[in-house]
Write a protein that binds this ligand. Structure first.
Ligand code: DAH
Length: 339
């Protein structure tokens, strides 16, 4: 008899759990616990033929089971009615991962460049992206009508004689106007030129500008500083080469090339079979630029440099098309999971 009760219990509990509506529950209640023909009721009725002792123990068990089942039924009914059954928590489910963003490769490389120069005493500063003619050109020794205005940079002009800065060099002027020498600053930022997109050009890109002015700063300081930078950035076995160049705001001016990181200097497509890759422009600050900001070129000298961050990043990560940086293709961006 006890066995029959246990079996019945198992069966009823399973059916209650599987019930999907209160109506189904009601049917179960009548079927098992109904007064007239409920299965449990029948068990209780059948006790008559048993001995006194058996009747007591089985009766107690059957009554307890009835109470228990009614309670379970009641709970299931509330669950179904409030809809809370759907919110049951499955502790075995794997957790939901939060989406974590990563720094963009351009940000990573900008931060690395700034960090290297910070290690040599350069202080990070920022300047505005909308500039006046004075800061973007005049003060940098690029007067109106100077070929460098059109040749080096096609510009985005704004109403009121303003323009989107075509390089970060104007930050040099802003710094020197605002503080007496010595100055030693590094200025990262976005710049704009009227270039169409191709594999090596973008109308918006990033530069890092450097400036060091003090008494007795020489070209040897420039060379030493930029050689250390190149080796920190690209590896201690990298070779550096300075070649003469021209910029209106420096005299003398130079370009810095590093030995090709792809072929090690043997010659390949990336270095156009020269073994060298140009990475930045630099030079000694032109005396006229120093005068323009109220510095005395007989007392102080300085060097400056400017580099394109995309170019550095392309060499560093071996990327062959600048447009990858701006396409927002997650398959590309997810490769740079440094934090
Ligand atoms: N402003 C230059 C450009 O955008 C880069 C540059 C060259 C910056 C020489 C400098 C420098 O400070 O000394 O092409």
């Amino acid at each position: 008899m006890q066995e029959r009760l246990a079996l019945l219990k198992k069966q009823v509990l399973a059916e209650i759990a599987a019930a999907k509506t209160p109506a189904e529950l009601e049917r179960l209640r009548v079927r098992y616990m109904g007064r007239k023909a409920g299965e449990l009721t029948l068990v209780l009725r059948s006790l008559k033929g048993l001995s006194e002792e058996e009747r007591r123990s089985v009766g107690q068990a059957a009554n307890a089971l009835k109470d228990e089942l009614i309670e379970v039924l009641q709970k299931r009914r509330t669950q179904l009615e409030t809809g809370s059954a759907n919110e049951a928590i499955d502790l075995t489910l794997p957790g939901r991962k939060r989406f974590v963003g990563y720094r963009h490769p351009i940000t990573l490389v900008t931060d690395r460049i700034v960090e290297i120069f910070a290690g040599m005493g350069f202080e990070e500063i920022l300047g505005p992206e909308i500039e006046t003619d004075w800061y973007n050109f005049e003060a940098l020794n690029i007067p109106k009508g100077h070929p460098a205005r059109g040749e080096m940079f096609g510009n985005f002009y704004l109403p009121g004689g303003l323009l989107l800065r075509s390089h970060t060099s104007p930050v040099q002027i802003r710094v020197m106007e605002n503080m007496p020498p010595p100055v030693r600053v590094i200025a990262p930022g976005r710049v704009y030129r009227r270039d169409a997109f191709d594999s090596s050009h973008s109308p918006v890109f990033y530069q890092v500008e450097g400036l060091y002015v003090d008494e007795g700063v020489s070209f040897a300081d420039l060379k030493g500083t930029l050689e250390v930078f190149s080796q920190e950035m690209f590896g201690s076995d990298i070779g550096v080469r300075f070649s003469p160049s021209y910029f209106p705001f420096t005299e003398p001016s130079a370009e810095l090339s590093i030995s090709c990181v792809i072929c090690g200097g043997a010659g390949c497509k990336v270095c156009a079979h020269t073994g060298w890759v140009e990475i930045l422009g630099c030079g000694m600050v032109h005396p006229q630029v120093l005068r323009n900001v109220g510095y005395d070129p007989d007392k102080v000298t300085g060097f400056a440099f400017g580099m394109g961050v995309e170019r550095i990043a392309m060499i560093h990560y071996r990327i062959d098309d600048i447009r990858h940086f701006y396409s927002n293709d997650l398959r590309f961006l997810r490769q740079f999971r440094e934090t």
